[in-house]
Every structure is written in structure tokens, then in C-alpha cells.
Design a protein around this ligand. Structure first.
Ligand SMILES: NC(=O)c1ccc[n+]([C@@H]2O[C@H](COP(=O)([O-])OP(=O)(O)OC[C@H]3O[C@@H](n4cnc5c(N)ncnc54)[C@H](OP(=O)(O)O)[C@@H]3O)[C@@H](O)[C@H]2O)c1
Length: 267
């Protein structure tokens, strides 16, 4: 049995992967989907022609991994593609976020890093020549970011992990692609706590385009998938400009913004 597995399939980028995968891999028997919101996964299932198997659960808890593992052991499928898209971010300084909720930043690391690593380790024994792993990182992986410190660090982990894993799996001809989009129009910004800034809005990409690019890049065995000229430019800039300087500029911009916010509330 040939399958694809997609985490974070209840919305945004993950859901779009599920929709597009069946067009890219016509020979799939099932697509296994993982997220907490089961009703969303049921809705997605209704509109798919490939059979969708639902694993509704929290990737910060063990149960959902156990359920996937049991199915894998019972059915020994050939996993043609694993997409690790589950993740979230929260904007603010480390101190601010911690005051709101002490567990939130560790949880970000649990889902974005540990969840992705655990899914990869579970799936690897069921992958074979030509299988693909697509890990959704972010352009935030390119350099440290103030007011997004933990999120950017988790995505740097995803990028680093994916590149090393890709090299390790080359002989087996299993190909790993790290997807590094800039802002994408999804529910991400509702959870991150701020609306996208005007600058971010001007670079906002559509999930359909980001996912199409990612699937094409994965098919071409590319290590990285970066949608759009602006983010390709950002990657080059983050390679050329010292990160110390970039952080200084970000810090300065943050201070200007918070002074502006204070003035606005006084008025
Ligand atoms: N949107 C952007 O601007 C952007 C840019 C670069 C990278 N990314 C990355 O793209 C990926 C997808 O994000 P998105 O933009 O599509 O946002 P989204 O619409 O909020 O989707 C996030 C997905 O992750 C799942 N998820 C979150 N926490 C989970 C948990 N504890 N257990 C299981 N599933 C969980 C959510 O499902 P449930 O809530 O149903 O559990 C949802 O399906 C993330 O890794 C994000 O970091 C996003």
C-alpha cells in the first residue's frame, strides 16, 4: 500500500499539501492526516478522491504517535511522502510571551521541532528509494529574529536537521526538502498574536503557490524550496550581512515601533 502522511493538515499549508499531493502522486492508496481539529480533517476528507485516514490528536502528547505507529506496524505501507507542516509561532519578546503563558515557548519547540523529528523517525523505516520528506521550515530560519526568537530558532532547527538528514539519506535515494516560505496567507497570524505587518503583507504568498513550488522542488530532489524572489533575496542577504548587524537593525526597529505604539495609546 502506497501512502503519504501530512501533519498540520487541518488548515493552511498542510491542508493545501493534502489537496495537491493526490495530483502529484496519482498512485497513492491513502493519505494519512494529523492535526487536533478532527472536524476540519473530516471536512477535508469529504472533498478528496484518495482515501484519507484521520489521526486526530495533539502532537505535544504521545498518544497520536502511538496510533500512527500501530497503523504503520499493522499495515507496513510504503510511505512515498511525509510532509511535516504542523507548527505555530508567537510574536513578542521572550519575556512578554513567557508572562502571558510560561509553557507557550517550550510548546512551540515541542511541536515545531520534537513533533517533526518524532514523525520523521517513525516514518523512516517505511520509506524506500524515491520517497520524499518535505519539512516546512520558514524564511525565519535564515537568521535570528527579535520578537520571534523561539519561533526563528525552531525553524533554524528544522532547516539544519533537514539538510543533514538529506545528506544521510542520499545513498538510499530518499530526498529531503526544507520549505522556507516568507509570510503565507493562513491562520498562522491569528495564532501568532499579531496581524502581519504592512511590510509582511506586501510579501504575503498564497498557500497554493507555496505548496505547488514545494512539491515541484521535492520532485526535483531540491534541498531547499523558497517561494518568490523576495525570500530568495532574504536568504542571500542573511548570508552576506553579519547577523549581529541584522539583529541590531531589528532591535532598533522594535524600539521605534514600541515608542510609536506608546504615543498612539497616549493620544
Ligand atoms: N503562514 C506563514 O506565514 C508561514 C510562513 C512560514 C512557515 N510557516 C509554517 O508553515 C506551517 C503551517 O502553518 P500554516 O501557515 O499553515 O498555519 P495554520 O493554518 O495555523 O496551520 C497550522 C497547522 O498545524 C497544526 N498544529 C498546530 N499545533 C499542533 C499540535 N499541538 N498538534 C497537532 N497539530 C498541530 C494545526 O492543526 P490543529 O490546530 O487542528 O491541531 C494546523 O493544521 C507551520 O510549521 C508554520 O510554522 C508558516
Amino acid at each position: 500500500m502506497r501512502i503519504a502522511i501530512v501533519t498540520g493538515a487541518s488548515s493552511g499549508i498542510g491542508r493545501e499539501f493534502v489537496r495537491q499531493i493526490e495530483k502529484f502522486y496519482k498512485e497513492l492508496d491513502e493519505i494519512w492526516v494529523i492535526a487536533r481539529r478532527e472536524e476540519r480533517l473530516q471536512e477535508l476528507k469529504k472533498n478528496m478522491s484518495t482515501y484519507v485516514r484521520i489521526f486526530a490528536g495533539d502532537m505535544q502528547k504521545n498518544l497520536v504517535y502511538k496510533q500512527v505507529l500501530n497503523r504503520l506496524e499493522n499495515q507496513t505501507p510504503d510511505i512515498r511522502m511525509l510532509v511535516n507542516a504542523a507548527g505555530f509561532g508567537k510574536t513578542g519578546t521572550v519575556e512578554e510571551i513567557s508572562k502571558q503563558d510560561r509553557r507557550l515557548q517550550p510548546q512551540m519547540a515541542e511541536v515545531n521541532c520534537c513533533g517533526l523529528t518524532e514523525m520523521t523517525c517513525l516514518c523512516l523505516p517505511y520509506m524506500s528509494k524515491g520517497s520524499r520528506i518535505v519539512n516546512v521550515a520558514s524564511a525565519a530560519a535564515f537568521c535570528p529574529q527579535t520578537r520571534f526568537a523561539v519561533y526563528a530558532a525552531t525553524k533554524a532547527y528544522v532547516l539544519s536537521f533537514s539538510r543533514a538528514l538529506g545528506e544521510e539519506l542520499k545513498e538510499k535515494e530518499i530526498f529531503v526538502t526544507a520549505v522556507c516560505p516568507g509570510p503565507v496567507d493562513t491562520e498562522f497570524f491569528e495564532i501568532s498574536g499579531t496581524s502581519a505587518s504592512t511590510l509582511k503583507e506586501s510579501f504575503m504568498a498564497c498557500p497554493k503557490d507555496v505548496v505547488r513550488r514545494a512539491l515541484l522542488d521535492s520532485r526535483r530532489k531540491k534541498e531547499l524550496s523558497i517561494y518568490g524572489k523576495a525570500m530568495k533575496g532574504a536568504r542571500i542577504a542573511a548570508k552576506i550581512i553579519p547577523h549581529k548587524l541584522l539583529l541590531k537593525i531589528m532591535g532598533r526597529l522594535d524600539r521605534i515601533q514600541s515608542e510609536k505604539n506608546e504615543e498612539d495609546t497616549e493620544e
